[in-house]
Design a protein around this ligand. Structure first.
Ligand SMILES: [Zn+2]
Length: 293
């Protein structure tokens, strides 16, 4: 996986540069830009990426995704171009061990890169992504990018799972994942897609205020899952749509910052409570007070 680059492009705000150092347990804040990326990869690897491909004309006149690398005979060069994004990510796997499917939905080209053993979950994942595209268009505005890439990471790369990048998300799956029981492929796909708005296009400072992206994205996940999947759950409090785990003690934790005043939370559990659970609980429960929308 190629992502989480550091250093990032700084953001100029209120007459000063916002360029934080790298910290564990935080994410990043970066400015928008145009990315022209050229990758030389061994022929045996297949590339998942967050951009339309720049087709290249070969010696025979045919246009292809990649061209031979003159400096490395066993490599191919991929040229990628992405506009109006504040990060750029890609992933590679041996070609034979990665499934690839492509759909178009509401003018968005959706590319799925899946693990062979999980291929039965792909239709579920696709239904979830379509639901996320529909509900976000209804509640916010239509997803404006031409592409969305969804990567099912392999078992041995779980640290890269459940992550958002502009126009590319990782939403892993497992071979045995009964429908109606966990709804994990659906929940993770909807959540990571939601980040295309809350962090992606709204470009909040997820380093200093992670609740602005994780909180509102979790609220969107909750709401979109209720709209599209709630009837499948045995009870309204099913785990996949309830981000309230740990809330009783979560209220006593500092809002976002750790007690020593540094950025970031001291543990992943603290981050979950403050950045995910509290804002989701608040926005979901205050919504009826604001008129129900
Ligand atoms: Zn998230």
């Amino acid at each position: 996986m190629g992502g989480q680059w550091f250093p990032k492009v700084g953001v100029y705000q209120r007459d000063t540069w916002n360029c934080h150092a790298y910290h564990a347990n935080t994410e990043f804040f970066s400015d928008f830009g145009v990315y022209d990326v050229e990758l030389s990869l061994p022929n045996g690897l297949f590339l998942a990426h967050a951009a339309p491909v720049c087709l290249q004309k070969g010696a025979d006149g045919a246009e292809r995704d990649a061209s031979l690398d003159p400096a490395r005979p066993l490599n191919a060069i991929w040229k990628l171009h992405a506009e109006d994004v504040h990060d750029f990510a890609w992933a590679v796997m041996p070609s034979r061990s990665w499934g690839y499917t492509h759909f178009e939905y509401r003018k968005t080209q959706i590319f799925y890169y899946s693990q062979g053993a999980n291929s039965e979950n792909l239709p579920r994942q696709h239904e979830a992504i379509k639901a996320a595209l529909r509900t976000s268009a209804e509640w916010f505005f239509p997803y404006p990018y031409p592409v969305l890439t969804v990567v099912d990471v392999p078992e041995e790369a779980r640290a890269a799972d459940g992550m958002e990048y502009p126009t590319l998300i990782t939403a892993g799956s497992v071979p045995f994942d009964p429908f109606h029981l966990r709804m994990e492929p659906e929940g993770v796909s909807v959540h990571e897609f939601g980040h295309q708005y809350f962090y992606g296009m709204l470009a909040s400072n997820e380093f200093e205020e992670p609740w602005l992206d994780e909180g509102f994205t979790s609220w969107f996940t909750h709401k979109a899952m209720q709209r599209t999947c709630q009837s499948y759950f045995p009870a309204a409090g099913s785990r996949s749509v309830d981000f309230g785990n740990g809330l009783p003690t979560g209220w006593r934790l500092p809002w976002i910052r750790s007690p020593n005043g540094a950025f970031g939370c001291e543990t992943g559990r603290e981050l979950f409570r403050t950045a995910y659970a509290k804002p989701t609980w608040c926005s979901t429960n205050w919504r009826p007070c604001w008129g129900g929308r």
